[in-house]
Design a protein around this ligand. Structure first.
Ligand SMILES: NC(=O)c1ccc[n+]([C@@H]2O[C@H](COP(=O)([O-])OP(=O)(O)OC[C@H]3O[C@@H](n4cnc5c(N)ncnc54)[C@H](OP(=O)(O)O)[C@@H]3O)[C@@H](O)[C@H]2O)c1
Length: 261
């Protein structure tokens, strides 16, 4: 039976992996939150892995505040780069396969037709740069790993675009949403399922993989879809806001296509 550790278990993806765990009875799970295992703490990592044997480590731990990272670059790099490096070194020492989650924001978004895993990276914000540095460490340290890049992760609970728009639909008369970026919204449950199926598959392919939802859309189109799904007749409340500027620049076309590098 493969023993699976999930780091960053208090987050959106971590919670969905937890919900799905019982559907994978052949895997033995341990979930650790930031408070239980801080991936930037080398001593804590060493202590943990010395007493807890693990076969696969799914790293969902990350600094994910894209705008915040512009101001707190050091904090973003500490978790997304240095923390990932320490985790990869622990995986090397303890013969663990690392399954790490990365992002479409490693790309600059200038390629309108979208990105395959082997395409050249060129992040345009600090968050993307910190996540790319984490990827680079893994590639240098480990032979056997999966870096799974995903995009626009959402779910019906927690803090994400879906819940933010749902709340605004209930509370506001008019909601302006940018129509300038295109991507693939990915339900956290689908990503969680993909990760666990990857672990269960004995013919799994290693390296960089892309996994994202089936539909390509803009944030405006996604907001409309959310309104439609809720069936409250609120669709007309949502308008295009092309003057919206986020603090951190975002890639214009961050469409991920599947396939291995
Ligand atoms: N959300 C998206 O749209 C998106 C898109 C593409 C890729 N991704 C990637 O997908 C992964 C999962 O994202 P998510 O949406 O589940 O993010 P999330 O909800 O922000 O969860 C990340 C978790 O990591 C924890 N964490 C932060 N620093 C840590 C540390 N030093 N040690 C251990 N845990 C730490 C956070 O705890 P605190 O909240 O207490 O800080 C949080 O519980 C991340 O790698 C992210 O970069 C996300």
């Amino acid at each position: 039976m493969n023993r699976v550790l999930v780091t960053g278990a208090g987050g959106q993806l971590g919670q969905h992996l937890k919900k799905l765990a019982s559907a994978f009875p052949d895997l033995k799970f341990t979930f650790v939150t930031k408070e239980e295992l801080d991936i930037t703490n080398e001593v804590a990592l060493d202590t943990f892995f010395n007493v807890n044997p693990v076969d696969f480590c799914i790293n969902t731990a990350a600094y994910t505040d894209v705008d915040g990272a512009e101001k707190l670059a050091q904090e973003a790099f500490k978790v997304n780069a240095t923390g990932v490096k320490l985790l990869a070194l622990s995986c090397l020492k303890h013969h663990i396969t690392l399954v790490h989650i990365s992002t479409d924001y490693v790309f600059d978004g200038k390629k309108e037709e979208g990105y395959y895993p082997e395409d050249a990276t060129n992040p345009i914000n600090v968050y993307g740069a910190s996540k790319l540095q984490g990827e680079t460490y893994i590639r240098h340290i480990l032979d056997q790993y999966a870096i799974i890049r995903s995009s626009w992760i959402y779910s019906e609970t927690g803090k994400n675009f879906y819940t933010k728009i749902s709340k605004k639909l209930r509370e506001e008369e008019r909601i302006g949403v940018t129509n300038e970026q295109r991507g693939r919204p990915t339900h956290a449950k689908d990503l969680a399922e993909f990760i666990l199926q990857w672990i269960e598959n004995e013919n799994r392919s290693y390296g960089i993989l892309h996994f994202a939802g089936p539909e390509i859309m803009t944030w405006y189109e996604f907001a409309k879809k959310i309104a439609r799904e809720q069936g409250l007749g609120h669709e007309g409340k949502i308008v295009k806001d092309n003057n919206y500027r986020s603090f951190a620049p975002r890639p214009a076309h961050s469409v991920l296509h599947m396939h291995k590098a």
